[in-house]
Design a protein around this ligand. Sequence first.
Ligand SMILES: [Zn+2]
Length: 249
Amino acid sequence: MADTQKLLALYTRMRNQGMDARAALDVLHEAIDALNEDDRLALAQRIRQQERTDGANQTRPIRSIPSSAEKTEPDARVMCPHCGKPNQTGEVLCFSCGGFLSGPQPDIQTRILTQAEPASDGDDFFGADSVLILTARNTQKAYEIHPQASTRELVIGRRTNSGPMSPDIDLSDSDGNRLGVSRLHLSIRYDSQYHTLTAFDLGSANGTFVNGQRLHPHEVRVLRHSDELRLGNMLLTVTFRHNAMSEQA
Ligand SMILES: [Zn+2]
């Protein structure tokens, strides 16, 4: 029971920091899977209840921006892989057993079909085939990221052995802990309409800086090719690699 309360508190904190519901649940995916079925169902019900209340009062920023890839039939159903009950498409947790309706999906490479690539080839352009590469200055380790593959924002942070949270991009192997990277530090979202990447700080302890300028809480910043990103004291170089298909467009 203590575990579900702890997980609910973490979930609530992430939502208050502006993360969307799906991203927050995916960060806790492994920890929720490890609960027994009663606890998992109890947690799912608490989360559902909380989301309803918040939706009515509009008390917090809900950043669930549905992407075009998510648009489905209004009465579409998805079957729970654990208990077989039908759920509304777009749900993350099964209403009947509390299990995840799909696995975490940051690495699935689905090409998102876009109408027409805009003519713009400015340094903020990030197309459907572009790849984001974050290179850690200290280790020269390059993190390749495909934000288009996810229907939600991606979370950059640092795993710990004891904590329940698993960010999509884990900077612990580049000395993230010593350099002051928070467990949940920054989120990145692909905007398929404007072909940009946006970043916002998740209430990190030591802040996020883009080209030396600190992001304000909840400030949404467009990232550009060759930006210098600093998470706490960790320096990362932002590189956009445009694959042949988007170059030709
Ligand atoms: Zn189920």
